[in-house]
Design a protein around this ligand. Sequence first.
Ligand code: PLP
Length: 358
Amino acid sequence: MVAVLDHVGNASSVHRFGRSSRQVLETARADCLASLGANSHRLAFTSGATEGLATCLRPGVQHLAAKTTITELIISPTEHVAALEGHGFSPDRVRTLPVDGAGRVDVATLKAMLENTPNPAKTMVCVQAANNETGVLQPVDDLAGLCREHGALMVSDCVQMAGRLPLPDILPDVMVISGHKVGGPTGIGAILFDPIRVHIPNPLLRGGGQERGVRAGTENVAGAVGLAAALKDACADLDQEAQRLAGLRDGFEAALKARMPEVVIFGERAPRLPNTSSFAVPGKEAALALMQLDLAGVALSSGSACSSGKVSESHVLKAMGVAPDLARCALRASFGFASTDHDAERLLEAVSSLKALA
Ligand code: PLP
């Protein structure tokens, strides 16, 4: 990626420098698809997942397989705010899927909703692969299969799953990923879409027609190369790394509960990403706990969407039925490729000592 920063050519220019950048960009595109095992899909680079979601969660997307245009959205309430607030459907065209206490969508409920929809082929279903606050996995294979059966389009935010677990066996029609969640740079992401089933005729960014018309604007070639390199690394030893991370996470949670039996772990019994732990120490509000942890050299997030530095109420925990008092205490630890046993021990010490602090 650093070497590519020296490439001066605009990847859409005809001259040799442009052609050279184009070649690097197309290699990065092919590498991303290969690493993710998504060669059936096309990939358009974006500035990140927020843009990716805003681009594809829009009425007017064409469902090529059904020869229809999308007019309705069914969405889960635990999606990232970039989907919940960034989609382009008017409120009367949006229905929300109920979720259980772990934040998981019930496949039978979606089935009933699609059966009661006059024209499911005009419906887009948006359910993320894994939740960014709790790590809880959605049954995306079953949901994608169901959408196929009923002729609906399935969009899945795969930001948290990509590079951590294999993508679902039945690939959703549209998937969105983000560079900085797989150890790549910020400011790059991608939309992956099945070109036989989906066409995006009305993208968010229009102009030069780059990225096959899905995303206008001069291509971020270095970012694309960074994303491809990060995915290649992350996907090379997916199983082994997932096992290692789950070991760190599970060991931390078990030790924490042994020390502080009052601790609540959200989504504990549901299938989860291997690296995420969402928990609350009752009575220890996240806003203060985060500062105390930071002083101890431990960088955690609150369970809630932590935007612009403020700790706001978590819509995810709310949808899961978590009491507001407990939700205010939610913390999220994410283990990554650089995390070690020593880090997990330091985390345990820092969280345990919150108890002693007023
Ligand atoms: N979706 C999920 C699940 C995320 O975790 C994030 C980032 O935190 C986003 C979407 C937004 O991604 P980006 O920061 O690339 O816009």
